[in-house]
Design a protein around this ligand. Structure first.
Ligand code: NDP
Length: 468
């Protein structure tokens, strides 16, 4: 049977996705800019090669597909995607569909979606999470596009997606850039999850003086409880690994400079545009930026004295760190979901939050046991902030004292915990009925005559400040 699905870009993700589709029984035509890569790919595909057709040119790819065609782009995000669309579009027939499955900025996806209208082809943007392993054996797929397009490719995408209790982790989340927007927030949360785990690691390593194998045991223990998640699991695993060159624990020989491709930064930027506070994610992005300045940090240690200091022995039980991480995680996800609610209002998307939590339960990097509880909480009270869902407010009430103890101890010892402390401050602000913005309103009115509202509801055009 001739394929109707094509794929361009046989790099890490594209090759894995093509094999995944072939394994699920879909014939796929593939094309790669460097032709030798296609040939090598087909050679190493084993029995799956019978489902795969190599195409040396774009025209050959289009010719190999039965209309209406669907062609997945798995190339670097940005200009390359625009170039591929420009080269492909003239070769397509009305009803053919281009799917960008890379990590596109959702604004680009919106633009490409609008450009496709009346241009003789359809366009969809889908976010794919799970890295190479996920792409090969089951990613989480966050799709954006029109219902009629999803009707065509939904069955294929659901068949290759990860499964949580037999439910595929793939869904159409909204029109245009909605899928890539959700993928962006997913990555922002991923930054924050990783940062908070790294902060508890720093407290154990520097504050409590624990070695890597001991910390690995503690993480592995947490993975048997409410924190059960892919990121906790792999944290234990990397802490157990040994450097073949020195025999030291592997993390001890890795430079403390975190890379980033920008999706966390995009999340922070878009949150600011939407006027939503996501301080835990912002702190995680900032922490990566600070990590990228090792010389300045070394100079800081020389000028101001090196930190951190050791905590008194037994200052913090591991159970406190576990509870702090549980609280931090709930607060961070609450902010991420709030951001998605705001985007729904702003763009008229109506993002289905419970479905998003559901398709994050397997396949993606942030998969965790807690996401199952979040999905249930969001289903029960879809219009409420996550922190007010009874299940999570009870968890926060229980975990808050530990979070406060952990942040306070870290501050005392000079261990930077920007994400956990940002979560705590946000939580404190969210339960302060009388905040301090009254003073800010007075200042604004003093220098800018902005006026203010009195506590009795009266609008005041200008206050009785000095002569003004
Ligand atoms: P790779 O670098 O492994 O592969 C890139 C692919 O794009 C190659 O097939 C390459 O072809 C092709 N390509 C590069 N430049 C051009 C160009 N100018 N014109 C045509 N083809 C080009 O990337 P990944 O597979 O890692 O990533 C692909 C997309 O998936 C990106 O958007 C990435 O952000 C996203 N993604 C990646 C994840 C990961 O874990 N790696 C996870 C989730 C999303 P050639 O062989 O000729 O160089």
């Amino acid at each position: 049977k001739a394929p109707w699905i094509g794929l361009i870009g046989l790099g890490t993700m594209g090759a894995a996705l093509a094999l995944n589709m072939a394994e699920k029984g879909w014939p796929v035509a593939v094309h790669n800019r460097t032709e030798s890569v296609t040939q090598q790919f087909l050679k190493t595909a084993g029995p799956l090669a019978s489902k795969l057709t190599g195409a040396p040119t774009l025209q050959a790819l289009v010719d190999a597909l039965t209309p209406p065609r669907a062609i997945i782009l798995m190339v670097p995000a940005g200009e390359v995607v625009d170039q591929q669309i420009a080269a492909l579009a003239p070769l397509l027939d009305p009803g053919d569909l281009i799917i960008d499955a890379g990590n596109a900025n959702y604004l680009d996806t919106e633009r490409r979606f609008h450009d496709s209208r009346g241009a003789g082809y359809d366009f969809m943007g889908i976010g794919v999470s799970g890295g190479e392993e996920g792409a090969r054996h089951g990613p989480s797929i966050m799709a954006g596009g029109e219902a009629r397009q999803w009707q065509r490719v939904g069955p294929l995408l659901r068949s290759i997606a990860a499964r949580f209790q037999d439910e595929p982790c793939a869904a159409l989340l909204g029109p245009g850039g909605a899928g890539h927007f959700v993928k962006m927030v997913h990555n922002g949360i991923e930054y924050a999850d990783m940062q908070m785990i790294a902060e508890t690691y720093a407290i154990m390593r520097d504050g409590l003086g624990l070695d890597a194998p001991r910390i690995a045991d503690i993480f592995a223990g947490w993975n048997g409880g409410p924190l059960e998640s892919y990121l906790i699991e792999i944290s234990a695993e990397v802490l157990r690994a040994v450097d073949p060159l020195t025999g030291q624990p592997m993390p001890d020989v890795i430079l403390d400079v975190a890379g980033q491709k920008g999706t966390g930064r995009w999340t922070a930027i878009e949150a600011q545009k939407l006027g939503v506070a996501i301080p835990v994610i912002e702190a995680a992005v900032a922490a990566r930026n600070i990590s990228a300045r090792p010389e300045a940090r070394a100079r800081g240690a020389q000028t101001f004295g090196a930190l951190p200091q050791r905590l008194p022995p037994d200052a913090l039980p591991a159970a406190d760190l576990e509870q702090a991480l549980i609280a931090g995680k709930i607060l961070c996800y609450a902010q991420g979901f709030e951001m998605m609610t705001a985007s729904s209002t702003e763009f008229g998307w109506n993002l289905p939050l419970p479905v998003i939590a559901e398709i994050w339960r397997a396949g993606c990097i942030i998969r965790s046991a807690m996401l199952n509880d979040m999905a249930e909480a969001l289903r029960n009270s879809p219009d409420d902030d996550l922190i007010f869902a009874p299940f999570f407010s009870a968890k926060l009430i229980h975990a808050e004292p530990a979070l406060r103890r952990v942040v306070a101890a870290a501050m005392q010892a000079g261990i930077a915990v920007p994400a956990l402390s940002a979560g705590l401050s946000w939580f404190d602000a969210m339960r302060t009925p009388r905040g301090s913005a009254n003073l800010i309103q007075a200042q604004r009115d003093f220098f800018g005559a902005h006026g203010f509202v009195r506590i009795d509801g009266q609008d005041v055009p200008h206050g009785p400040w000095g002569a003004g």
